[in-house]
Design a protein. Structure first.
Lengths: 334, 334
DNA sequence: CTGTTAGCGCCTTCAG
DNA sequence: CTGAAGGCGCTAACAG
């Protein structure tokens, strides 16, 4: 079928070893023979058999990109930006293999032989087992998005706590004193971080933490809608709401509109994440943008470095969020 | 490092051949030895080296999922649903390898050896070369989303023309006679199909096709915004606008809101695609939903069948869209 | 600079 | 039912 180095060797009247070396640009080979061999390879439109290469080099050329889940709880924007970021930084011989942890009956097939390295987009603590397995098997690993304490891994995150702090601070500076939060999915690290930033901002500015103003959510639009409805039923309504992500802000906006509450005139709403719609909502959403794509690219770069230099320096890197000011915040009405 | 069949063979006092057969459930092997071998394999947490398997079986276990591009023109919802659909239908030994065609300098590495099969999510005609290459190399192929005429490939699409027809018909039945369209990205098959459905609906109901009512777009939010602005500047404004996808409908909504035009009271707007926000916009969007996830799953199933049975029956399959009625359509004002 | 030889881990004849 | 031998395509010593 397709040509092998032996075919080329025959045509070039050299040994297949020479062909292998020539094609891999070994300095041992004479320039002219090299050219000659490469030309023949081109004519035969030769392409190496990666399985064979893999077997002998002990490298699969597969990079696994694992999500906690591919089915639910992952917003499409988040997913897309991650893949884009990884893809952008991935050198060409590597294959980007996308998986969800949750559809693994067992992880047996995740081995050093089958994956040169793994990028884990960690969204909840349900992946600790998986992380331990990877470490135990000495598979180069980069964990994105969630802080992995006490582990020797490269860990890249956005500073959500700080981002949320800045965001809520911005709201406070508009005169708001009754600020509610619709929280993210339970158990997610990001949920805790964002709430922590919210709490720190309140505290810093001497505002009380009102339990009734902290309503649960789970990062989807529907939960933002329900959360907002709950807040609107309160006798002492908040004047501003921090939604732990933009999807929930969309739901919150909807709930306001149904109750004829104008945003931002009667109610300030802010989000977190920056999905592609935030700018085009009515009103356009003021929120904090996480650098998902950069995190993914940076993580990929580090992973490849680890793989190719065989060095792993555990490190935790925080990448800055950005406050994006649009239209959904107004001074508190009185 | 990790265990091989030889290690197991030694411990079990059999040849590695026997181990291989036992692990592959060959009927030739005695039940008891089989059990014994499997037990040892489990104890050693043996996992096959796929590179070796691939080499000898001539199967890479890689399924390529190729997009026209990963960088722009692909909406995140679309991307996410596709991956989800494929992933759901992909049997476990296979790896889902995600690629964008546009970041390929040359396609040389896409060979039968490196990919057992390819799923092409075709978004424009810039992939004809690629398709020809795959056919020439006899790589099992399924093309999703775009009609590939005169080619012997399995082709799975949503019936956008019919979907658009039903949608516009629905608008017409609300009394609208001045219906505009904001078109999709130039050169995309879907763009043409949706416009065709629009035109057929107009024609069927005896309405004229007004050139000024056909404005260009490219499937992103911004272009919907600009398109709507253009329509609003017309002296004889349309009373309804068919946006060729939901992202553009979001932009159109925004433009209306800025011009204090109420939707749907003053202006009917419909979309196409159903991204996850459509239901939560204000007003919630009436549109046609494409079965992306089903298309992807079905395509994957067919591809695997082709690979495992070595049979390829070229076929074109249309999957039905669904009209989802929400709030953005009202009777024409008079 | 080039060739010979061996072997990566696995599966598949072909003999027992 | 089991084993011995060979080879998939490629790279890596080791010789020349």
């Amino acid at each position: 079928m397709s040509a092998t180095i032996k075919d080329i060797a025959r045509l070039a009247n050299v040994s297949h070893t020479t062909v292998s070396r020539a094609l891999n640009d070994s300095p041992l080979i004479n320039r002219e023979t090299k050219e000659r061999i490469k030309k023949i390879a081109r004519q035969l439109s030769y392409s190496p058999n990666f399985s064979a290469k893999s077997l002998v080099l002990d490298r699969s050329y597969n990079i696994g990109l694992f999500f906690s889940t591919l089915n639910t709880g992952t917003s499409s924007t988040f997913f897309y930006e991650t893949v884009k970021g990884v893809n952008r930084a991935l050198p060409s011989p590597y294959n980007l293999v996308v998986k969800g942890i949750d559809d693994y009956a067992d992880y047996r097939s995740v081995t050093r032989k089958n994956f040169d390295g793994v990028i884990l987009m960690s969204q909840s603590t349900n992946d600790v087992e998986f992380i331990e397995l990877l470490i135990e098997r000495q598979i180069p690993l980069v964990v994105l998005n969630r802080l992995i304490p006490n582990q020797r891994v490269v860990n890249i995150l956005s500073d959500d706590e700080l981002g949320a702090f800045h965001l809520v601070e911005f709201v406070i500076k508009h005169g708001h004193r009754k600020i509610a939060i619709i929280e993210g999915k339970r158990g997610f690290h990001s949920t805790r971080q964002r709430k922590a930033g919210y709490k720190r901002a309140l505290k810093t500015y001497g505002l009380p933490l009102v339990p009734a103003y902290c309503v649960p959510g789970n990062y989807d639009v529907e939960s933002g809608y329900r959360g907002m409805k709950r807040l609107l039923e309160l006798s002492d309504r908040p004047s501003a709401v921090f939604c732990s992500n933009d999807d929930m802000a969309v739901g919150a906006l909807k709930a306001c509109s149904e109750n004829r509450i104008r945003v931002p005139e009667d109610m300030t709403i802010v989000g977190f994440e920056d999905n592609e719609f935030s700018a085009y909502l009515t009103p356009a959403l003021t929120m904090v943008k996480r650098p998902i794509e950069q995190i993914s690219s940076e993580g990929t770069r580090r992973l490849i470095e680890m793989i190719e230099s065989k060095k792993a320096e555990p490190e935790t890197i925080y990448m800055n969020t950005r406050l994006i000011i649009r239209e959904s915040v107004a001074a508190v009405p009185h």
